[in-house]
Write a protein that binds this ligand. Structure first.
Ligand SMILES: [Zn+2]
Length: 380
């Protein structure tokens, strides 16, 4: 189906834009003549130049020098959370409490949507080994072919998605804003220059996935090692930062836990490319004991929507992974008896959004992790 513009307009009109931005970016807004005014979440400034127009189709513009960010709730989510158009639309639709079939077939991207990225086909080649990958703390030039802009920013986190041979497929760069916010760029390498600098040997450029294009799992380079150890555990967490922290704490060599996450938010769990993992499970299924899949959501609080209803992000994470694992296993003709799925109830005495990485940061060790898992999980 195609999303028509009237549906997009309806979603945009039903979501309170300033509430979404203040929740996501921590922006403090004051009522103004136009609607609301606050410090721009996209650039550093001391006097507010970020304006929200409270029209029937709320939108924002930043009047800060050289910034020029503008858009609506969907473009904001795409930019801030690194979502694709469909993902951002679905997220906004959920906030507006307008249900649509979760698994509707591919849709065409409406021409009216602002193109932040150019979608790429998934059969993107691995990045060759001669390319120097971005590193934390070192400025990186990122070209946005959709907008024709180039930015140099210093990433606070660099997450390299690799195939099972360890070759990089794409990179998620995370940037911190001064006010504690964050934004992401998904990039890959392209040989050759950009319009403003045609002499470059190559450059990083922002990518997005076409709406229903499958995406790689994060952590797949550990699959061959995991298989060799005939290990029985797969831990699934929310987000690359958590995955990396957990992988550092729970060494594959000793504990034999494969740790994975998906690309994008929980809204993108239904877009996972399962081929690598399912092929590994096919090889592991001859063993006697089942593979234990552990779903560990962040301690996200229940999301109150603007119409008074609510959504439980932890339940959503668990049920979506469970559904998708079952679907993928049946597609690969794997017997569900060869896996068991458990969910963990995360620490609830923490702020919303608290994740396993935060627990590890405040001093959890391997024993704490295992004890929490044993005492706070259940089979689903
Ligand atoms: Zn700005």
């Amino acid at each position: 189906m195609k999303i028509d513009q009237s549906l997009i307009d309806e979603v945009i009109s039903k979501v309170s834009l300033h509430e979404v931005i203040s929740r996501e970016a921590g922006t403090v807004f004051k009522p103004s003549r136009e609607g609301y005014k606050g410090l721009c979440p996209f650039h550093q400034e001391k006097t507010p130049s970020f304006v929200i127009y409270n029209s029937s189709r709320p939108n924002y513009i930043c009047f800060g020098a050289g910034c020029g960010e503008k858009g609506n709730v969907i473009t904001f989510l795409m930019k801030w959370k690194g979502m694709g158009f469909r993902e951002a639309f679905d997220y906004a639709r959920e906030l507006a409490n307008m249900p649509l079939d979760e698994y509707s077939p591919a849709i065409e991207r409406p021409a009216a949507a602002i193109q932040y990225h150019k979608p790429i086909p998934w059969d993107l080649p691995a990045i060759t080994s001669d390319v120097e990958l971005p590193t934390v703390g070192k400025p990186v030039l990122v070209h946005n072919p959709g907008k024709g802009t180039t930015h140099i920013n210093t990433p606070s986190h660099v997450h390299v998605y690799r195939n099972t041979e360890g070759a990089p497929l794409l990179i998620v760069l995370r940037f911190a804003t001064e006010k504690g916010g964050k934004y992401f760029h998904q990039v890959t390498w392209k040989k050759g220059g950009i319009p403003s600098n045609p002499n470059l040997q190559g450059h990083w450029y922002q990518i997005a996935f076409e709406p229903n294009r499958q995406r790689p799992l994060y952590g797949m380079e550990d699959i061959p090692h995991w298989q060799q150890k005939a290990a029985r555990y797969i831990l699934i967490v929310e987000g690359e930062k958590t995955r990396d922290a957990a992988a550092g704490m729970l060494p594959l060599d000793r504990l034999g836990v494969l740790i994975l996450c998906n690309l994008g938010s929980s809204g993108a769990i239904n877009k996972i490319d399962w081929s690598w993992l399912m092929e590994a499970l096919q090889k592991s299924s001859s063993l006697f004991s089942p593979v234990n899949i552990i779903l560990w959501p962040d301690a996200d609080a229940i999301l109150e929507k603007f119409d008074g209803t609510s959504m439980d992000p932890q339940e959503k994470f668990v049920s979506q992974w469970q559904n998708e694992i079952r679907k993928a296993m049946s597609q690969y003709e794997l017997d569900m008896d060869t896996v068991s799925i458990r969910r963990v109830y995360p620490e609830t005495n923490r702020k919303s959004g608290w994740d396993l990485a935060d627990s590890l940061e405040v001093g959890w060790n391997e024993t704490d992790f295992i004890n929490w898992y044993l005492n706070n999980s259940s089979l689903i």
